[in-house]
Design a protein around this ligand. Structure first.
Ligand SMILES: C[S@@+](CC[C@H](N)C(=O)[O-])C[C@H]1O[C@@H](n2cnc3c(N)ncnc32)[C@H](O)[C@@H]1O
Length: 239
């Protein structure tokens, strides 16, 4: 039997407000029990030091100062990059996911533990397919001691598209379900790789679940492996 239009579907996730904060809720969820971004759940007691030896920290290395997270989702990787001291522009194309990202950034800016890294994050509701080719004109990173914004290409671009709606189990499963149901598989992600390599000055990092084929079937220059995930690293040299 086909689902009846205009009636809430049993597994549909909708964006709802709960005391001024938005959450993705299933019809069976009580208010407040929906999915929000929660960067504190990353539990990094020793801040950047906790990250340096983890696969993402090793893939980023020590020389990256600016990055575009082109598939930001709930912003966990965006926050991790910012905690590593990187200035990040995060792009998210889905309006509901972007709402959760924006709420968490606003919350983080007012949180004593998160605010220093949050100050290094800018977010845009944008599709990377359209936005990456315009980075040269429109990205402003506030570098080091400079107070004015400089318009430059990012040192690094991170890609983490949904792979067949499935991932390892790096995050609580309710988040994965909500993301998978909301954005589905990012079937157009292959085309982002060439664009990213043409737009970053040092490297492009692609986060994949451990057994997934490389993005666009392109063999990476090197790979950093974690238990459930791996980071494929591609050299880039945009000028
Ligand atoms: C696997 S999630 C990213 C998770 C994220 N790395 C984190 O740490 O929370 C992929 C996200 O990328 C977004 N996305 C996919 N393709 C995109 C594109 N071309 N432009 C902007 N966002 C995109 C999807 O909407 C989805 O929210």
């Amino acid at each position: 039997m086909k689902p009846t239009p205009n009636l809430p579907q049993p597994h549909a996730w909708t964006l709802e407000d709960f005391h001024g904060r938005r959450e993705l809720r299933k019809s069976s969820d009580k208010p407040g029990a929906g999915v929000r971004a929660d960067w504190k759940s990353l539990r990094l007691p020793d801040g950047a030091n906790s990250l340096r030896n983890q696969p993402l920290g090793r893939a980023v290395g020590k020389e990256i100062r600016t990055a575009v997270d082109a598939t930001a989702g709930l912003g966990y990787d965006t926050y991790a990059l910012a905690l590593l001291g990187v200035e990040v522009l995060a792009l998210e194309r889905d309006a509901n996911v972007f709402a959760l990202l924006a709420d968490e950034l606003a919350r983080a800016k007012n949180d004593a533990q998160l605010c220093a890294a949050a100050a290094r994050i800018q977010i845009e509701h944008a599709n990377a397919h359209q936005r990456l080719p315009t980075l040269r004109e429109k990205v402003g990173f506030t570098l080091g001691l400079f107070t004015a914004r400089e318009f430059i290409l990012p040192d690094m671009i991170l890609l983490d598209p949904m792979f067949g709606g499935e991932r390892g189990a790096a995050k609580p499963s309710k988040e994965i379900q909500a993301l998978a149901a909301t954005v589905g598989a990012d079937l157009d992600a292959d085309a982002l790789l060439d664009m990213a390599i043409a737009s970053a000055t040092q490297r492009v990092i692609v986060k994949r679940s451990r057994l997934a084929p490389p993005l666009a079937s392109r063999v990476p220059d090197w790979t950093i492996k974690g238990k459930l995930l791996r980071f494929d690293v591609y050299r880039a040299g945009a000028r």
